[in-house]
Design a protein around this ligand. Structure first.
Ligand SMILES: Nc1nc2c(ncn2[C@@H]2O[C@@H]3COP(=O)(O)O[C@H]4[C@@H](O)[C@H](n5cnc6c(=O)[nH]c(N)nc65)O[C@@H]4COP(=O)(O)O[C@H]3[C@H]2O)c(=O)[nH]1
Length: 527
C-alpha cells in the first residue's frame, strides 16, 4: 500500500513537467506536420501556375506553327515573310517566326531572307510529333542573345527568353520545361526556366502527384495532360523552417500550454476524486447515503412483484453523484462491499412492511464483482435475513456482466447464493462478457436485458434487434427475463404477451423512488 501511495505522490510531482514536455513534443510534431502539409499545398499551387503559363506558351507555339505552315506563298518569298511578320507581331510569347527547310534556316520575320541557308545543328529534343526543339540557341537578332527554338513542319519559332520573368525563383524555386519521350534521361528535356534540370530532381518526381521529401527539400510536380510540359516547384527544408519559425513556435507554445492545462486538469480531477473518495467513506460511516427503489412488474398483469434497490449519494458540496461514479470510486478504492452492506441493510429495514403484505415480493440488490469473492457477504446475509419477516427468496442479486468474466469465482458465488435460496440475475445482459451458452454454466436464475436493446422496440430497427432471439433462448433455457428501460406504452405492449414469466422495469412503470413511495405504490396496487 505504501509503495502505491509513494508512486501516486511521484505521479503528482512529475505529472506537470511530463505533460508539458509531452505537450511541447506533440506541438512540435503537429506543427511540423501542418507546416509540411501547407508548404506542399503552396508548392502545388505554384507548380500549377507555372504549368498554366507554360501551357499557354505551348498552345501559342502550336498555333503559330499551324498558321505559318498554312502559308499559300513560296517559302521566304516577300509575301511569305510579310505573313511571318504579321504572325510574329500578333504573338505574345513567340519573338520570331521563320522557315527551316531540310535542316537549314532560310529566313525569318526579323532577319528577312538570308543570303545563304544556315545548316542547323542536331536538335536537342525530338518530340513524338516529329517537332524539334533547340535549347538556348544563339540568335542572329539581337546578336549574342540565346533562346529556345521550336521547329514544326517548315516553320520555326523563337520563344522569348524572358517569358518566365514574372515568376520569381524565391522563396519557391522551380524548374519548368518540355519533357521528351523518355523523361528519365537527362538529355530528354528542355528546361524552359528554372535553376535545376529535371534530371537533377528526385527520380520519379514527374510521375507522382504527391509532395516528395528528398535530400532535405520538398518537391511537388504538375504535368500537362495536353502538352509535353511539366513544372516542379521545390523548397529546402531549412528555408521552410526559417520561413515558418513564428508559426512553429506558436505550435510548440500551444502544445506546452495544452500539456500544462491537461496536467492541471488531471491534478484537479485527481484531487477532487481523492476528496470525493474521502467524502464517500464519511457518508457510508455516517449512514448518509440513501436508497431508492424502482418497481419491477409482471408484464402481463402489470402487477408490482419486486423492486431494484439503487444507491444514491449527494456529496458535501450538495451535488448528487451518479451511481456509476459512486460504485467506480468505491471499487477503485476497494470499499464497494461497504456500499453493498449499506444498501442491503438499509433496504431490508426500509421496505420490510412490503414483505409483510406480499411474502413473494422480491428485492433486487446490485453486487459488484469483488462482492462475489467476499465471504463477508454471506455473513451479512445471515445477519439480515431472519427467515420470518424476510426470507431468502425475498432477496435476489444482480451481477454485472463483467463480474462473470472470472468464471470460477462467479460460478462458486452463484452456487452459494442459490443454495441459500437467493435468485441471481445477470444485469445489463448483452453488453459484455456473457453469452447465452455461458449462462447455462453459471446457473443463474435469469437475465436483465440491457435497456439499449429495448430502445429499438417500436422503431423500424426492431427487425435488426436481437431481443426476440434473446427471449427465445432464455425461454429454452428456462431463464427468467427482466426487460429493463421500458419507457413507452408500445414497448410495454411488445412484452405483454402470454409469457407470464417476463418481468419489466422502466420509467413507464415507475421511476426510482424512496421507500415511502414504493410502499405507497405497492399498497395502492394491492387494494
Ligand atoms: N434511460 C432509462 N433509464 C432507466 C429506466 N429505468 C431505469 N433506469 C435506470 O437504469 C439503471 C438500472 O440499474 P442498473 O442497470 O442496475 O445500473 C445501475 C447499477 O449498475 C449501478 N448501481 C446503482 N446502485 C448500485 C448499488 O447499490 N450497488 C452496485 N454495485 N451498483 C449500483 O449504477 C447503475 C445506474 O443506476 P441508476 O443511475 O440508478 O440507473 C438505473 C435506473 O435509474 C428507463 O426507463 N430509461
Amino acid at each position: 500500500m505504501l509503495v502505491f501511495r509513494q508512486l501516486r505522490r511521484f505521479d503528482r510531482y512529475w505529472l506537470a513537467p511530463l505533460a508539458i514536455v509531452l505537450g511541447i513534443a506533440a506541438g512540435l510534431l503537429v506543427g511540423r506536420e501542418s507546416i509540411l502539409i501547407s508548404t506542399g499545398a503552396r508548392l502545388y499551387d505554384y507548380a500549377n501556375r507555372l504549368l498554366h503559363h507554360e501551357e499557354a506558351i505551348s498552345a501559342e507555339t502550336v498555333q503559330v506553327a499551324k498558321d505559318a505552315n498554312a502559308s499559300p506563298y513560296l517559302p521566304c518569298s516577300p509575301d511569305d515573310i510579310t505573313l511571318l511578320r504579321r504572325i510574329t507581331f500578333q504573338a505574345r510569347f513567340i519573338k520570331d517566326a521563320g522557315r527551316m527547310v531540310d535542316g537549314a534556316f532560310l529566313c525569318s520575320a526579323t532577319v528577312g531572307k538570308l543570303p545563304a541557308p544556315i545548316s542547323m545543328p542536331v536538335p536537342d529534343l525530338v518530340l513524338p510529333s516529329g517537332d524539334h526543339i533547340y535549347n538556348s540557341l544563339p540568335l542572329m537578332v539581337p546578336a549574342g542573345d540565346r533562346a529556345d527554338v521550336a521547329v514544326s513542319g517548315n516553320a520555326d519559332m523563337v520563344i522569348g527568353p524572358d517569358i518566365f520573368l514574372d515568376y520569381p525563383q524565391s522563396p519557391i524555386h522551380y524548374a519548368v520545361g518540355i519533357i521528351g519521350p523518355s523523361p528519365d534521361e537527362p538529355s530528354s528535356e528542355i528546361l524552359r526556366a528554372g535553376v535545376a534540370h529535371f534530371g537533377t530532381l528526385p527520380k520519379g518526381i514527374l510521375k507522382t502527384n504527391k509532395t516528395v521529401r528528398d535530400h532535405g527539400s520538398l518537391y511537388r510536380s504538375s504535368c500537362s495532360s495536353q502538352y509535353p510540359d511539366c513544372a516542379v516547384a521545390y523548397m529546402s527544408l531549412d528555408e521552410v523552417w526559417q520561413q515558418n519559425q513564428a508559426l512553429l513556435s506558436g505550435f510548440v507554445v500551444s502544445g506546452g500550454i495544452a500539456g500544462l492545462s491537461c496536467a492541471v486538469g488531471l491534478l484537479i480531477v485527481g484531487r477532487k476524486r481523492r476528496s470525493h473518495t474521502n467524502q464517500l467513506r464519511r457518508a457510508i460511516l455516517m449512514d448518509s447515503l440513501s436508497v431508492v427503489y424502482q418497481p419491477i412488474v409482471e408484464m402481463r398483469s402489470r402487477r408490482i412483484v419486486g423492486a431494484e434497490a439503487l444507491a444514491r449519494w449527494t456529496d458535501e458540496e450538495g451535488d448528487s453523484i451518479r451511481p456509476e461514479t459512486i460504485i467506480e470510486l468505491a471499487e477503485a478504492e476497494g470499499f464497494v462491499s461497504e456500499i453493498t452492506r449499506f444498501v442491503l441493510t438499509r433496504a431490508i429495514t426500509e421496505i420490510q412492511s412490503i414483505f409483510d403484505i406480499d411474502p413473494e415480493f422480491r428485492l433486487n440488490i446490485n453486487l459488484a464483482p469483488s462482492d462475489l469473492a467476499d465471504p463477508r457477504l454471506l455473513l451479512l446475509l445471515d445477519e439480515c435475513i431472519d427467515g420470518q419477516r424476510v426470507r431468502p427468496s425475498n432477496i435476489a442479486f444482480e451481477l454485472p456482466e463483467r463480474a462473470t468474466s472470472n468464471r470460477e469465482t462467479a460460478i462458486g458465488a452463484i452456487r452459494r447464493l442459490r443454495d441459500r435460496g437467493h435468485a441471481t440475475f445477470i444485469d445489463d445482459f448483452g453488453t459484455g462478457y456473457s453469452n447465452l451458452a455461458y449462462l447455462t454454466e453459471l446457473h443463474v436464475d435469469g437475465i436483465k436485458i440491457n435497456r439499449s436493446f429495448i430502445a429499438t422496440i417500436g422503431t423500424e430497427a426492431v427487425t435488426a434487434s436481437i431481443v426476440p432471439q434473446i427471449l427465445g433462448v432464455a425461454k429454452a433455457l428456462s431463464l427468467k427475463v427482466v426487460v429493463q428501460g421500458i419507457e413507452r406504452e408500445d414497448q410495454a405492449i411488445y412484452f405483454s404477451g402470454e409469457d407470464r414469466s417476463i418481468l419489466g422495469q422502466g420509467w413507464f412503470f415507475g421511476l426510482p423512488v424512496p421507500a415511502r413511495g414504493l410502499i405507497y405504490l405497492c399498497m395502492e396496487k394491492s387494494e
